[in-house]
Design a protein around this ligand. Structure first.
Ligand SMILES: [Zn+2]
Length: 293
């Protein structure tokens, strides 16, 4: 892909809070509308993954490549269009045109799960398909066996869809990740997002929970130090939260115990979601959270 203006961009470390960065660039409510829509969309799509993989996964990344104008105009048509197809797939159980290898694709929008073989997180599947970034940031060194040659190149595909529509490649990666991009040594998703934004396009990131192996302070610090990454505070995702929409402060990393509690809360608020304890037998408890290893 062409890097547009990104390759020449000089990163300026800024001390201001990300709230200021975000407010300087966008209307917070417009960004929140996109991120909330992506969060809802990703959560609604989870039953399709459960039907495919036979065990419950929590972590997903829902991302759309959007234009400045779409955010400015709060035009979430791309998410609404995908939502119509998702509704149809949920009703018919026919996912043949949208599902492949732990992913759902809709034009400029994808939902990505982590994969266990090879071990990859959704952020890397989207932003670092060839491992170029991970080669530069991981210690111990990135193992090329972690590249799945069979995986779709989502970065290329979404970029092509964007360029076809807008005739330029200055898309903004708008992303909701259930767990904040991690700081695990084998993945370093927070740093990966940071490097991507330095070299390529702007990124809007929102997240709701912290996985217990992630150092959330470091993760936020890494991403907030980049003035091309706009972090939406979790409180903006659901400013009028009530009992039926449990929302945890990201300053409270979720332990396995808390993850189970969160799952129960979700089931209570959504009786149509199968409780975790009813998942198929034969998989370890660790694996049932998500595939973070
Ligand atoms: Zn990660």
């Amino acid at each position: 892909m062409s890097h547009g203006y990104g390759a020449c961009h000089k990163l300026r470390k800024r001390e201001e809070s990300t709230d200021t960065l975000l407010r300087d660039r966008f209307l917070v409510k417009s960004v929140a509308k996109f991120c909330k829509s992506l969060k809802d969309f990703g959560e609604r799509s989870m039953p399709l993954f459960k039907d495919q993989v036979r065990y419950e996964m929590k972590q997903f990344v829902a991302a759309a490549f959007v234009s400045n104008e779409e955010i400015k105009n709060e035009d979430i048509g791309i998410i609404q269009e995908a939502d119509r197809r998702l509704t149809n797939a949920l009703a018919t159980k026919n996912v043949s045109d949208i599902y492949e290898n732990y992913s759902l694709s809709f034009n400029r929008l994808v939902v990505l799960m982590n994969t266990s073989e090879p071990k990859r997180h959704g952020e890397a599947r989207l932003l670092d398909p060839s491992g170029v970034i991970r080669h530069t940031i991981l210690t111990p060194p990135f193992n090329s066996s972690c590249i799945d040659e069979e995986d779709m190149n989502f970065l290329q595909i979404l970029t092509e869809h964007f360029v076809r529509k807008f005739e330029h490649d200055r898309f903004i990666v708008c992303m909701f990740s259930h767990f904040i991009p991690c700081t695990e040594s084998k993945h370093q998703c927070a740093r990966l997002v940071d490097e991507f934004a330095k070299l390529n396009n702007e990124v809007i990131i929102s997240s709701e929970n912290v996985y217990y192996e992630t150092d959330h302070e470091t993760a936020w610090k890494v991403m907030k130090s980049n003035d091309r990454i706009y972090c939406l505070p979790p409180k903006e995702l659901c400013p009028n939260s009530n009992q039926s929409t449990p929302l945890y402060d990201v300053d409270e990393p979720l332990s396995p115990r808390m993850l189970r509690r969160e799952n129960r809360a979700r089931v209570q608020s959504n009786p149509y979601q199968r409780p975790e304890k009813k998942k198929k037998k034969g998989f370890s408890r660790q694996k049932s959270y998500d595939l973070r290893t």
